[in-house]
Design a protein. Structure first.
Length: 260
């Protein structure tokens, strides 16, 4: 009985810590459950950025690529009205030519590999990738996921404490992991939506984001991990959602004159 009471207390503490850790997003206005303040996110991002760059082969020495990425990033930040946000955006090119990837750290550091730049065909497509990563930052996805992971860990600990059954605990971890992956896929879709809005404001055709999905689909090939076990939706599925969002944002059609 004592073990069960302790487990219930532990579970309630984990749930309480999660559900009462709410904050209003300073950019989107959304009420979120997060594990860090915007200032803490900026501090974490700035501290970890050099280590992440070092782990991925260092920063690129391609002056043209670096200038393009910084210029497009600054244009998106300005168009999105993010200059007065609490985030400190930096746009970096990684020297890794084999890995096709882009990511953002909490608080603003954005990275794109030379490998991904190689498969993108236009400035609009590069801007679409950067806009997507900016979306992750302003939507505070890292802080949201950390809060969810802390909740999952707390509930798994309560399961072990209450049952003493480590098999049950392992099953709880598997289920919790799948739940967090689903949140990851939702985050990707939300970032796509935020990104295409920024694209249009910056003067780029939002359909460039569909071109990015086409490039990713070709690069990933047929041996792709099943979507249900991946934090990223399949590029084809993302492309469909992007088309739907573009149609919603521009019911009369995408304005002429936007750059691709």
């Amino acid at each position: 009985m004592g073990r069960l009471i302790a487990a219930v207390i532990a579970a309630l503490f984990a749930l309480g810590s999660y559900f009462f850790s709410t904050s209003e997003n300073p950019v989107t206005g959304e009420t979120q459950r997060v594990a860090m303040s915007p200032e803490q996110e900026v501090a974490v991002g700035q501290k970890t950025a050099p280590h992440m760059a070092a782990q991925m082969g260092g920063l690129s020495q391609d002056a043209r690529a670096v200038e393009t990425v910084r210029r497009l990033g600054a244009r998106l930040v300005a168009a999105g009205g993010l200059g007065s946000s609490p985030y400190k955006f930096t746009f970096n090119v990684l020297a890794d030519r084999k890995t096709i990837n882009a990511f953002a750290l909490p608080g603003g550091p954005v990275f794109i590999t030379e490998g991904l730049l190689k498969v993108l065909r236009t400035e609009g497509e590069i801007a679409a990738v950067l806009g997507h990563e900016i979306g992750h930052v302003v939507a505070r996805h890292s802080s949201e996921r950390l809060a969810k992971q802390q909740l999952t860990q707390g509930l798994v600990g309560a399961t072990v404490l209450g049952t003493g059954d480590y098999t049950a605990a392992q099953m709880a971890q598997v289920v919790g992991g799948l739940v967090n992956m689903k949140y990851g896929r939702d985050d990707e879709i939300e970032s796509d939506i935020l990104g295409i809005r920024m694209l249009a404001k910056a003067g780029y055709d939002p359909r460039a984001a569909i071109g990015v999905m086409d490039a990713l689909a070709k690069a990933s090939g047929p041996n792709r991990q099943p979507e249900m076990l991946s934090t990223h939706p399949n590029p084809e599925n993302r492309a469909e959602r992007i088309r739907a969002e573009i149609a919603k944002a521009f019911p009369g059609g995408v304005p002429a004159g936007l750059k691709r």
